[in-house]
Design a protein around this ligand. Structure first.
Ligand SMILES: [Zn+2]
Length: 264
């Protein structure tokens, strides 16, 4: 990228009035990369020539791979955004954390990577989350310690009805699911993380969490009940467990729940 040299113009009293600057604020674990005086507060940073927000973030010590969302004056921008004088820049990490509810409301785009690991007793929520297309690791045999380990190793947000589980010191990312119907609880997760636009209904296997691919009817015809063959023309197949999906009565029931979650 071409760098335009800034022309220094010394004003009266030696004040450099031509200097442009932006105000930065980094959130959550991104602060660990900053020098201490910049942590957890807004700070001014001089703009030297034409610079992308990505270059400036990295020059402040934060690897761009750790960044998921950048808001400039309240609007989300990509890494190529060229900084301007007076910009107010908020920078958010890839992985959601427990205590940023006030920030998620500002989000205009969903996180790139939002994945979950579910506690053992919320199978119905797991099914609906997967029907919405979200990646939810679920194994009813996992111990609390194993759930926490999966969360940390695979950067997955823990979904649980247990406050006790979220209080373990090793838990970094989790959502406490409040009482309600499965639709209300799932909608609560989607709203909390502003995930509505990230939903990809019926793109994921409800049984094993892998993604689905479309298959031709004639390629799977011997595995479809005869009644269904006549009624349905579209079929999908799980990439991992080979389960076949079609728009039958079970689909209609889940579709209704998906619509309830996603309706504004
Ligand atoms: Zn599957």
């Amino acid at each position: 990228m071409e760098k335009v040299p800034i022309i220094k113009n010394e004003g009266e009293g030696g004040e450099d009035w031509s200097m442009s600057e932006a105000i930065f604020r980094f959130y959550e674990e991104l602060n660990d990369f900053l020098t201490p005086r910049f942590r957890k507060r807004a700070f001014r940073s001089d703009l030297k020539g034409r610079q992308s927000v990505k270059d400036r973030i990295e020059s402040l010590g934060v690897p761009h791979t750790e960044v998921d969302l950048i808001l400039v004056n309240g609007k989300s921008v990509d890494f190529n955004y060229i900084l301007r004088d007076g910009d107010q820049i908020s920078v958010y990490p890839v992985f959601e954390t427990l205590n940023i509810k006030n920030i998620t409301r500002l989000r205009e785009i969903p996180l790139r990577k939002t994945r979950f690991v579910a506690d053992i007793n919320i199978r119905d929520i797991v099914t609906l989350m997967r029907a919405l297309g979200f990646d939810v690791y679920y194994d009813p045999l996992l111990s609390p310690a194993e759930i926490i380990r999966v969360s940390r190793e695979e950067e997955r947000i823990i979904l649980t009805k247990s406050r006790k589980l979220l209080k373990f010191k090793d838990v970094t990312h989790g959502i406490f699911i409040r009482p309600g119907t499965v639709v209300q609880q799932t909608r609560g997760i989607v709203d909390f993380l502003t995930l509505r636009d990230a939903a990809r209904p019926f793109s994921r296997c409800l049984r094993c969490n892998s993604t689905l691919i479309k298959v031709r009817k004639e390629d799977v015809i011997e595995r479809i009940p005869p009644k269904t063959r006549a009624l349905c023309s579209e079929y999908s197949c799980c990439r991992r467990c080979d389960k076949i999906y079609w728009k039958g009565t079970h689909y209609t029931k889940i579709k209704r729940m998906v619509d309830w979650v996603l309706n504004e």
